[in-house]
Design a protein around this ligand. Structure first.
Ligand SMILES: [Zn+2]
Length: 320
């Protein structure tokens, strides 16, 4: 008998990554597709096809990471971000179709598991993960285990209020002044627009005038090159990030706060202002032990974490 493998999926709004993984997080084979967002049926069919094309007799379970609120009682994808999945009993549907143990997991939770096992969080007992992108995803590892809450909907850390009078949050969220609305890549883009407007001689204004969309990532690149107006954007966003992290530090007393996601490539330009706020505003003891560090696994974290929950499902399944 050969080694046991799982098929892992990491579904995002633009791409669907699939892979065959071993227990050490190694990716043995992989495939990538442009996410079919035309309809729910089309997307479900694409998910099934992407599993089908990787299946072989060594595959013992499936792990599926989705950008959704998940009700783990029913294995149901509730509301989703950027993909047409709403109130779908995805776990039953795929388990029936493939006859294998299967776990569904929120994508940021999966990334937290992966960083904890194989990345920046190795050895930590208590870890907070934030993924900065269009939105802000969150994951919590407490007492060495992923914390899922009562039904699986926990750790939506991007949806903590940091300004009660702040702007409306994004997408499906009915809240105002959430961290996601003030420290995501989207928030950086909005702020960069404002700064470009206010400083017409600055580098952000120049980038915009030459036809570029001033994204959060572009603002980060201009800040890395030392341009003052872009640095101002990173400083402000990093401040908001630090306000949020200071509360997580007070509540959870983690050893580590791990920052990943596309916009996190801003690195210390973003993390240093956040570290300063935490040092100034979080409670003693907790603030003295926490370290705020970049993630290590990059865009692979979601896929690797989905593989880990696939193995969890296999290990928990009754012996057949
Ligand atoms: Zn929100």
């Amino acid at each position: 008998m050969g080694d046991q493998h799982v098929i892992a999926l990491d579904l995002g709004g633009t791409k669907l990554a699939a892979g065959v993984l071993d227990r050490e997080g190694g990716v043995i084979r992989r495939a990538q597709h442009t996410t079919d967002t035309s309809s729910e049926d089309a997307l479900l069919a694409q998910i099934e096809r992407s599993i089908d094309e990787l299946l072989d007799e060594q595959v013992v379970a499936l792990g599926v990471g989705i950008p959704s609120l998940i009700d783990q009682r029913a294995g149901r994808a509730g509301a989703s971000v950027n993909v047409p999945l709403e109130n779908v009993d995805l776990r039953d549907r795929l388990a029936e179709r493939f006859g294998l143990p299967l776990a569904l997991e929120n994508d940021a939770n999966a990334a937290a598991l992966a960083e904890h096992r194989f990345g920046a969080g190795r050895g930590a007992e208590h870890m907070v993960l934030l993924t900065l992108g269009t939105g802000i995803g969150g994951g919590l590892v407490l007492n060495g285990e992923l914390y899922r809450g009562a039904v699986g909907a926990a750790a939506e850390l991007g949806h903590m209020v940091i300004d009660v009078d702040g702007p409306r949050c994004q997408g499906l969220c009915p809240g105002f002044g959430h961290l996601e609305a003030l420290a995501s890549g989207t928030a950086a883009r909005r702020l960069a627009e404002e700064v470009a407007e206010a400083q017409p001689d600055g580098e952000l204004a120049r980038a915009r005038a030459s036809g570029g969309i001033v994204t959060g990532v572009l603002a980060a690149e201009l800040a890395s090159a030392g341009h003052g107006d872009a640095l101002e954007v990173m400083e402000r966003i990093g401040f908001h990030l630090g306000i949020g992290i200071a509360s997580y530090v007070n509540i959870f007393n983690p050893e580590l706060v791990v920052i990943g996601g596309g916009f996190a490539q801003a690195g210390d330009l973003l993390l240093d202002p956040a570290r300063r706020v935490v040092a100034e505003r979080a409670l003693p003891l907790a603030r003295d032990v926490v370290r705020i560090v970049p993630a290590e696994l990059g865009p692979e974290a979601g896929l690797i974490g989905s593989g880990l929950v696939g193995f969890e499902a296999f290990d928990a399944a009754p012996v057949r």
